[in-house]
Design a protein around this ligand. Structure first.
Ligand code: ATP
Ligand code: MG
Length: 734
């Protein structure tokens, strides 16, 4: 591709950003204005026209998916092998640095990455072993404390306590660090902190990288935290140019310490006088943009920018208000089927939600209807129980001191090692300051006999795996550990789990290690870092399910934003805090601006939460969108099962936007009952509204007479179904 065609369809501001070479630069622009396109094109242009070497560019993105897309695009523009380029997430690049310089970083060669779950269980054990009150210091909170400090670049030794609680947290942080160092474990934030320290302690090494990276490029700059900023800053040498793109309206990680203030610091630290602004949006229709602008307009403290587009195609945004989450999901899936029949590719369709747990209902309906789908984040393939167990064996093969892995599988499949034995082992290990694995050799008697069966097995695996390739090693482990046999004997879930194990073997077969000397180490790191976009459960074309956070930077022809209810989105934890509501609003802005052509806003009028059916008010963010941009399509419910039949009569309920959709429903049995309520005789029939002294307003779904006893099944708003004895129930007809 020649220079002309590379730059051909850029607008003036984009062109200026792509070809700017007189220093560092910040591009500040709204969603869909081509920031990522500019960044990618710039990399290609630098290599092609400014004669920059492929390894002289460092580019940081936020997700693996984004990094992959970027490499793919660069590869197809330049026709080069992008495998060795320094393009990736902060985590993956930090990991690469640590793998290359593990000795200088004070790590063992096969150091393991601790995912968030492992981190939490390690912390839990530390709390227990040190007799700290778990109620006052829940593992999750301690984990949050530790990660927060690390994200600020602060080690336990640098902290001084100002009260007792603080002291205990700091002590736990210290213990945690000691444990990780002893066992060669590195958590996510540690990757970054450790590589930062590695470079700041080792000036020759730092200078080497400063000279190597002539250009550093950062996407989604608004979401960098203190440590990430320090990390980047450190790598900028005298002749390095740093180029960042971002949008303050899309800052959605301040709960993890991300700082929009980094934008101001950037301008100051790298002597950027004026950020470049891009105002034309190439992604969405005007209607979608108008909605996004209207929502974000409610935030204070914005740097402020407007977006416009030439994409007319003014189809309104659709709003569907379902009865329940089932109804909501049913509608979405039905609509997807129709869109797909009309020629829209499945992977051009996304379902976006606020919290991972919301995916389940959609997954179920998609599955039932035989529509391919892919969930990003949530319970990822590599997080599934059976996969984690196999991975634990693999981790032990590389590093037997990995206590997390040891505990996960020492008694899986069951080999008669009880909790008491493990407790004793742990106590001895603490005394000896040795890993659990090494401690087994020091034991005597019965304890040793049962445990050394396990350590012998691992030793055998270590020897055998030396002559096997990666895929062979994994199937060998699945067989010899007894994992396959275990699941074969599980009639309930076994089949699916074995399918997943087989998927793992095929995932490994397709995995290409960069470093061929130890592909297993690399595969394990890949398994931890990979967030859902693994080959293992991928389909060619599948509906994309993810949280709004995970959708950052992506775009789809059709977007369903689901669960738009106050308490869900905005999340209920944020409702009392204006700043946090503003962060939720930015999240909504991100959600809306993912859509290219069609946007659906969805909500349920009642939702099952914590086992209770609760009435769900519509999200304030929907109300912030001007009515003329929205077409309410509620009331054409496609759901057809009688469960819903008596729930609400839209004519009587005060739920907005619901029209009668019960034409398809059947009532269970229609009966009337003559009963005495509060001393007066009344006739009750199915569908009647009643009022209960405790449960409030309800609707009769079913009546049953059994001899003298008369019962009614009543649906109460916010509570759900109850069966009450009409002779004693405190109800009246309304
Ligand atoms: P976000 O803030 O959501 O990350 P962004 O600013 O990074 O958005 P891009 O993803 O780079 O925006 O671009 C949005 C869409 O617009 C992409 O499909 C991109 O190919 C297209 N696009 C960008 N610039 C142009 C252009 N000059 N001509 C045609 N299409 C463009
Ligand atoms: Mg982008």
């Amino acid at each position: 591709m020649n220079e002309q065609s590379l730059l051909n369809n850029l607008n003036d501001a984009q062109l200026q950003a792509v070809t700017y070479t007189s220093g560092s630069l910040l591009v500040l622009a709204g969603a869909g204005s081509g920031k990522t396109k500019v960044l990618t094109t710039r990399i290609a242009w630098l290599i092609k026209n400014a004669q920059i070497g492929v390894s002289e560019v460092l580019a940081v993105t936020f997700t693996n998916k984004a990094a992959k897309e970027m490499l793919h695009r660069i590869g197809s523009i330049l026709h080069i092998d992008t495998k060795y380029m320094w393009v990736g997430t902060f985590h993956s690049i930090a990991l690469r640095l640590l793998r290359l310089h593990y000795q200088e970083a004070g790590l063992p060669s096969g150091f393991q990455i601790l995912d968030s779950q492992d981190q939490q269980s390690l912390i839990k054990r530390l709390i227990k072993h040190n007799n700290i009150d778990e109620d006052r210091y829940p593992a999750k909170e301690v984990q949050g404390f530790i990660n927060y400090q690390k994200e600020q670049g602060i080690r336990a030794s640098e902290l001084s306590p100002d009260n007792l609680k603080n002291k205990i947290l700091i002590d736990l942080y210290l213990l945690y660090e000691e444990n990780c160092n002893r066992d060669g474990l590195v958590d996510f934030t540690e990757l970054l902190l450790r590589s930062y320290e590695l470079l700041s302690m080792n000036l020759p090494l730092l200078n080497r990288y400063r000279q190597q990276f002539k250009h550093i490029l950062v996407d989604e700059f608004q979401d960098t935290n203190v440590l990430q900023y320090k990390w980047l800053h450190q790598l900028v040498g005298e002749r390095t140019m740093i180029f960042a793109v971002g949008d303050d309206d899309q800052s959605i990680y301040s709960f993890r310490g991300a700082k929009v203030a980094n934008m101001h610091a950037f301008l100051r630290d790298f002597q950027v006088t004026e950020p470049i602004r891009l105002e034309q949006n190439y992604r969405s229709t005007q209607v979608i943009l108008d909605a996004a602008n209207a929502v974000i307009d409610n935030n204070s403290e914005r740097i402020g920018k407007k977006l416009w587009t030439e994409n007319r195609h003014d189809e309104k945004i659709r709003l569907y208000e379902g009865y329940t989450e089932e109804d909501e999901a049913y509608y979405v899936i039905d609509e997807i089927r129709q869109l797909h029949n009309a020629g829209i590719e499945l992977n051009e369709i996304a379902i976006l939600y606020r919290s991972n747990a919301q995916s389940r209902v959609f997954e179920q309906h998609l599955y039932n209807r035989g529509i391919a789908y892919r969930v990003y984040g949530g319970l990822r393939f590599f997080d599934r129980q059976e996969i984690k167990r196999v991975l634990a064996y693999l981790r032990l093969i590389i590093n037997p001191s990995d206590n997390e892995a040891f505990l996960r599988v020492v008694n899986f499949p069951a080999r008669g090692i009880g909790p008491r034995t493990i407790e004793q082992l742990q106590e001895t290990a603490t005394q000896l300051k040795r890993s659990l694995f090494d401690t087994v050799d020091e034991l005597t008697g019965k304890l040793k006999v049962s445990l050394s069966k396990f350590t012998d097995l691992i030793r055998l695996m270590q020897i055998e795996s030396k002559v096997l390739n990666l895929a062979e090693t994994i199937s060998y482990v699945i067989e010899t550990s007894g994992i396959r046999e275990h699941y074969e004997n599980d009639p309930k879930e076994g089949e699916e789990r074995i399918e997943n194990l087989n998927e793992l073997i095929s995932a490994v077969t397709g995995f290409q290690a960069e470093d061929t000397t130890n592909p297993l180490v690399e595969f394990l790191a890949h398994a931890v870092l990979e967030s859902g976009d693994n080959q293992a459960n991928s389909y060619d074309s599948a509906v994309q399910l993810m949280t709004v956070h995970a959708a950052k930077g992506l775009e789809f022809k059709v977007v369903f934003v689901v669960g738009l209810e106050d308490g869900l989105f905005p999340h209920e934890n944020c409702l009392n805090n204006l700043k946090e509501v503003e962060e939720e609003r930015r999240l909504m802005y991100v959600a809306i601006t993912r859509a290219k052509e069609k946007l659906y806003l969805m909500r349920a009028c009642s939702r099952l939460m914590w086992g209770k059916r609760l009435a769900a008010p519509i999200s304030r963010f929907v109300n912030e969108i001007p009515a003329e941009l929205i077409k309410n399509i509620s009331g054409v419910s496609k759901i057809g099962y009688s469960e819903l039949s008596g729930y609400y009569d839209p004519a009587e309920s005060n739920y907005s936007g619901m029209r009668n959709s019960r034409a398809e429903f059947e009532h269970p049995e229609t009966k009337t009952s003559r009963v005495s309520l509060k001393d007066s005789d009344v006739t009750l029939k199915i569908g009647d509204m009643i009022k209960h002294a405790k449960f409030g307003n309800g609707k009769i779904l079913r009546l049953n007479a059994d001899g003298k006893k008369m019962t009614a099944e009543i649906f109460f708003i916010g509570i759900g179904k109850k069966t009450l004895d009409l002779n004693i129930a405190n109800i009246e007809k309304v």
